[in-house]
Design a protein around this ligand. Structure first.
Ligand code: GLN
Length: 210
């Protein structure tokens, strides 16, 4: 299977599709059905509104297949912002919003923890796994990674160089990119910049190797 999908229920899926098309030879598709999902070896879950994406996934009967896909060790998945929330095993505010998660990464996230839209920010993020200097991170009502399990498969890819606000809710530091085997997540939106290095990383270091 040489297809990478972008979950296209809501949010910034067009941007991810365009970038993937420009940097890879994979067949890139928008995923809205179980058949489309099953044709993929990799999937990006975009940023947007996780409650909405979750609701649409439930109503369209896609939730079970997404859970299966995200917990399958032989698929590559990258969740950005809301997509990261959906990849978590637990997220704050899920009960209130009745939000179902997809799971796949052994982590707990807090939604909207930096505050409202006015507290959205940009920051240069140093990545050890990416050459050529820091990546500009756009954080839009971003989640904070609360914690992740003590699992040898999990590696921190990047953290905020400084804490932008006083938040005691991130006991393991402000990790903004995490990888667990073939799954990765970022709390920010790389698809909203012209810097495609994280997309290249996802394709070359994860999708190509599964
Ligand atoms: N605040 C959104 C949520 O909780 C995520 C925002 C985003 O993806 N930029 O789903």
């Amino acid at each position: 299977r040489s297809t990478i999908g972008v979950l296209a229920l809501q949010g910034a899926f067009e941007e991810h599709c365009n970038i993937l098309k420009s940097i890879s030879n994979y067949n890139i598709i928008q995923v809205r059905s179980i058949e489309e999902l099953r044709s993929c070896c990799g999937l990006i879950i975009p940023g947007g509104e996780s409650t909405t994406m979750s609701l649409v996934a439930s109503r369209s009967g896609l939730l079970g297949a997404l859970r299966e896909f995200c917990s399958n060790p032989n698929t590559a998945v990258w969740g950005t912002c809301a997509g990261m929330i959906l990849l978590a095993k637990e997220a704050s505010q899920t009960k209130k919003g009745g939000q179902e998660l997809f799971g796949g990464m052994d982590m707990i996230v807090n939604r909207n923890q930096y505050g409202c839209q006015l507290e959205s920010f940009q920051e240069d993020i140093p990545f050890n796994c990416i050459n050529g200097g820091p990546v500009n991170g756009i954080f839009i009502r971003a989640p904070i990674l609360h914690s992740y399990s003590d699992n040898k498969n999990i590696i921190e890819l990047a953290s905020l160089p400084s804490n932008p606000v006083d938040h005691s809710v991130a006991p393991q530091g402000h990790v903004v990119a995490l990888r667990q085997a073939n799954k990765m997540c970022t709390t920010f939106h790389p698809e909203l910049t012209r810097d495609y290095r994280l997309h290249v990383y996802f394709v070359e270091e994860i999708v190509n190797k599964i």
